[in-house]
Design a binder for this molecule. Structure first.
Ligand code: G6P
Length: 371
């Protein structure tokens, strides 16, 4: 009923709007009395964590994209090599594992068969397994050595939204915790990022306030046959997730690319009027932002219609953006928390306009318990 959905037409839409709360809840109680980060359910000792020489993140679907973001954060803050792999591929390729490898399994439901089989395999190879999961007492955390629970609350819509944002939060917390334990970052740096994370619910609210603009944009695209998504760095997994949402909900051909790869193939797809959603990185000391802009110019010069997500105050992007959605200014590693929200809204509205069942898309299941 409408009441269960808080007056929204779909559970998914309700869940998108619950994201500030879900992110806040997932951050709750993570600081000890001394202000330092603590992870209560982390059953691995500091010594065990210090002994880790490699991390392999395994997941499926949307959770896999959270894992891709985690790789950027963990390698940057902790200097531990991270691989990210689809659970279904990992299990059957005889991966190299030992006691100094930490396997991180990300699963909203905690019941995905591919992920479960992957962690079972990892444990036979003596690797420690840490689950990031939204479902208390589900199979994956029960069979893991340690767990970080996300606090999204029950997610009903088949396509994951608040599940994804809270997974990102858990990944950042894990990365910061490892940095704290290994001493790869100073306490005040960790404290600063924690503060930035704690400010995210407010930033996500700002993005949600733009929903009417995003909806209008989505409705202009009901005739589109194909949509491309471009991103770089932490924006690359966001592009992949934006494309996945459109496939899942609107049954549209949608593909995400790393913007730097355009010239190695995807640019051949660009034709007059093709919508290209561009996740523009924040302006920073590196060249990410400028390289992204040249990618946007390239596709636009070939006729693409560029729909850009870019931070407030970024005036350089305006001349190349056919449509511009403003994101709050946040650090590049945290940008996925705000950048993915308009893409969720876009897919939800486009699918609604096409008359599809957003909460239960055809052929998909909330949790896939067969391999
Ligand atoms: C299914 C769902 C996706 C989800 C994936 C992984 O395919 O439809 O939304 O991302 O499973 O689920 P998990 O519960 O393991 O995160």
């Amino acid at each position: 009923s409408a009441a269960e959905k808080d007056g929204h037409d779909w559970f998914m839409r309700k869940e998108i709007f619950e994201q500030p709360r879900a992110v806040a809840d997932s951050l709750l109680g993570r600081r000890g009395v001394d202000g330092r980060l603590q992870l209560d359910e982390m059953r691995l000792s500091d010594q065990e964590l210090r002994d880790i020489t490699k991390i392999i993140i395994i997941a499926c679907g949307t959770s896999f994209y959270a894992g891709m973001v985690a790789k950027y954060a963990i390698e940057h803050w902790c200097r531990i090599p991270v691989e990210v792999e689809l659970a279904s591929e990992f299990r059957y390729r005889d991966p190299i594992l030992d006691y100094s490898t930490l396997v991180v399994a990300i699963s909203q439901s905690g019941e995905t068969a591919d992920t479960l089989q992957a962690i079972r395999h990892a444990r036979t190879q003596r690797s420690k397994v840490l689950a990031i999961c939204n479902t208390n007492g589900s199979t994956i955390p029960r069979e893991s050595d340690a767990v970080i629970y996300t606090h999204a609350g029950p997610e009903i819509g088949v396509a994951s939204t608040k599940g994804f944002l809270t997974q990102l939060v858990a990944c950042y917390l894990l990365a910061l915790y490892l940095a704290q334990v290994k001493g790869t970052r100073f306490g005040d740096e960790i404290d600063q990022v924690l503060g930035q994370l704690e400010a995210m619910p407010e930033q996500i609210e700002k993005v949600l306030a733009l929903a009417p603009d995003v909806y209008a944009l989505a409705r202009e695209h009901v005739q589109s046959r194909s949509v491309l998504f471009l991103g770089r760095h932490a924006g690359y997994p966001v592009a992949l997730e934006g494309a996945l949402k459109l496939k899942e909900l609107a049954y549209l051909h949608a593909e995400g690319f790393a913007a730097g790869e355009l010239k190695h193939g995807p640019i051949a797809l660009v034709e007059e009027g093709l919508p290209v959603l561009c996740v523009v990185p924040p302006r920073g000391r590196d060249q990410l932002h400028d390289k992204m802009l040249s990618g946007i110019q390239e596709v636009r010069a070939r006729g693409a219609r560029t729909l850009c997500l870019a931070e407030e105050g970024d005036e350089q992007v305006a001349p190349y953006a056919d449509e511009l959605i403003r994101l709050p200014r946040v650090p590049v590693l945290l940008q996925p928390l705000v950048a993915v929200v308009p893409l969720q809204l876009f897919a939800c509205e486009l699918a609604t306009a096409l008359g599809y069942d957003v909460d239960q898309p055809r052929n998909l299941a909330k949790s896939v318990t067969v391999e």
